[in-house]
Ligand binder design. Structure first.
Ligand code: TMP
Ligand code: ASP
Length: 245
């Protein structure tokens, strides 16, 4: 770390479903504040997962740090407190990138495939990040026509998403967790080297499907979506396996 002082938290820029984004005294940095609020199905279902913000910040900070060391550039700068993460400021690209290793969720439904079947290779999907449209699936042609990202940016994003997948599959497997699928968001830097595309947002049980390798028990937000109970305990267990106690 350099000796530059940590930027001070300033005004609220945006409040999302699971996080609040604050400006800081450095125009090229933001603070992500992790909340306990949980939503599903276009926020038609709402609830609270006690301590989720603390757990997700812990998991996401840990994984971003490891990804950085393994050559994936992310917005992560430092974990500031239980619920606060200091990040490079990004202009978020409105494409949600989903990587799948195992059939589940909307893939099972849409293509009539059996939940739990391993895919012969990872599938990368794109969704338009638009709550008012319920995040519809889009392809590279839609992304071009809507001017969401250039084809060079999308090529870079695909490579990075697959690198993240390769790293996470191995890392989680060693911790008795099967990585079924997950969602990533990318953005363009605003400061020095403006326009570089980095991994943003978070990686946590809110944005991944994580199954116990032996029992196949769900350890992620599906416990909330499907009212499976023991939500807090599952998030805690994921943190314990990923970060240690
Ligand atoms: P899906 O099967 O519902 O399309 O979800 C795929 C993955 O993306 C799963 O790990 C959950 C994650 N996801 C989000 O992080 N945010 C969302 O809004 C949705 C729908 C899925
Ligand atoms: N968080 C999303 C929403 O509230 C959906 C989900 O993760 O299931 O719409």
């Amino acid at each position: 770390m350099s000796s530059t002082p940590t930027p001070e938290r300033a005004e609220k820029l945006h409040e999302g479903k699971a996080k609040i984004v604050y400006a800081t005294s450095d125009p090229h940095m933001i603070i992500q504040y992790f909340k306990d609020d949980a939503t599903a199905f276009d926020a038609k279902k709402r609830g609270t997962i006690v301590n989720k913000g603390v757990i997700n910040n812990r998991i996401a900070s840990h994984l971003f740090e490891l990804l950085g060391e393994s050559g994936v550039t992310t917005h992560f700068v430092a974990k500031l407190s239980d619920r606060e993460m200091l990040c490079r400021r990004l202009q978020i690209i409105l494409v949600e990138v989903v990587v799948r290793n195992v059939v589940a969720g909307s893939l099972a439904k849409r293509l009539g495939m059996e939940e739990g079947a391993s895919l012969p290779r990872p599938i990368v999907e794109h969704y338009y990040k638009r709550d008012d449209l319920s995040d519809p699936p889009i392809n590279l042609d839609h992304i071009q026509v809507l001017n969401l990202a250039t084809s060079e940016e999308m090529l870079h994003i695909r490579r990075e998403a697959l690198k993240v997948n390769e790293f996470l599959v191995k890392y989680l497997d060693q911790r008795e967790i099967r990585l079924v699928d997950f969602k990533l968001e990318f953005g363009r830097t605003t400061g020095g080297g403006a326009g570089a595309v980095l991994l943003g947002d978070e990686i946590s049980p809110d944005t991944c499907r994580l199954w116990d390798k032996k029992t196949h028990e769900k350890m992620d937000k599906d416990r909330f979506r499907r009212d499976l109970g023991r939500i807090e305990e599952s998030y805690e267990e994921v943190a314990r396996r990923i970060c240690g106690s």
